[in-house]
Design a protein around this ligand. Sequence first.
Ligand code: BF8
Length: 514
Amino acid sequence: MTQPINTLEKRTLSKPCGIGLNNMCCKLCLMGPCQITKNKSTGVCGASLELIVARNILRFITGGASTHCGHALHVAKHLSKEIPDNYIAQKAPEYLYNRWKELGLLPHDQNAQHFIDISESLHLSTMGVDSDYQDVLKWCLKIALIDGYYGLALATDMEDQKIGKPKIKKASLNLGCIDPAKTNIAIHGHEPMLAMSIVEAAKNHPDINLVGVCCTGSTILAQAGIPLSAHFSLQEDVIATGVIDALVVDVHCIMPSVGKLCDCYHTQLITTNDLGRFPNALHMPVATEGQAKEIAEKIISIAKENRQNRNRQAEDLFQKTRPTPKEVAVGFSEYNIDIPHLAQQLSTGQKRGIIGVVGCVNPRAKDEWIAAYTKLSKDYIILTTGCMAFEFGKEELLDGEAIFHMGSCVNNYRIVEILKQISTILQKEIGELDCTISAPMPITEKSAAIGMFFAALGCDVHIGYPHSFASSDLVSTFLQNTLKDCFGNKLLFDETAKEFLTNFMPSTEQYQKD
Ligand code: BF8
């Protein structure tokens, strides 16, 4: 056995390139890369700082939309369903749909042609096509609508149709859910169709212990109560327990390091999606429901067989250091939360508003956010998803009374449905609800697309570390003004919880004092 590499928390992180971090590097042609750090200087082709920053933001968001729409497409194919036409018109509040139409933000809405818009977004942001940075930024909103409806909403709807609507339940969370006395299978990624087949198959195998990682993990946690062992930034630690007999991965947020890390232990890495490959992994692609059942049984056999290859020292060490799992309430959704009650809490002033705490846990960011949201939860309804939901769970704060676990990142659409229904009850627009979506430590392109989607709905949006969206004054001012004029909302770029509390509620001194 080779020596294990360090897990992310212990590894020294390479220093980020300051110019790239600020979106000021243009790599769109081979006359560059051009690093434009000052206003008025340009790239070799004449591209201004604001054009470079705007194109980089658009390409980042487009990457996110492609993954969410790809996710929804894969689920549709798995279930032999078509991508619906006019889906945005079906799902969105009418006043918003009409506003988006007037602003020219609506994408193609027939025959899955939103994928053409995704392609056109990359097209227009290549060198020498769209040189109007304001137009490029408007495309960010169009692509964000695609992300929200043909990605988040569609994936959530189809998964609910197949798996069933989530039910509120108690479950457990953290590395302590991994059981050294059993055969452990960790399921990691974002598309939960095979995962649910493994959950079903494992019911006949009492010696199998399933745990989830990242968003596939959040889905099987919410839908079936399968314990969630880790979020993105802790995924390597799952393997480093030494007692994972099979790691099953699909797509998104699977760190390339897990391949080598599995080699350091006995863990059998199994890839299940043709887009998500690792050298030396066992590749078992799953495209249909029938294949999923068959492959689920095979995976269970492989894991059982592989358990005998465990390193006993590693197993003993984990046995001694295994943390106690945390108890969490999960499975909240637009179907089982008492939405009229939430509306009443808002209308009577019992709660000031809603904060959606979403997105990733960036290891470069300061981890001080959970305490801040906990303070705010006295006055705000907190709805949380993805890796940030895990952070609340680690502190045993997912009680389903003040803080609600809403599922995976595509399940951010559940927050949208709740806002939509509250706004209908209160006869207000979503933008009038005092709703903020806070992504304090984003990592991925997906998180940027989600943030922009909520902005197009009228929510205030907070993006914490890093400041990539705010590096050009012209770009951030144009985005701020557009959102204010069109939807009445604002963008907050606070990198620390202290700044966020100060700017979020400047008149409420209590939050800054303690
Ligand atoms: O979609 S929160 S690191 S796991 S991108 Fe990824 Fe970010 Fe975690 Fe799920 Ni979401």
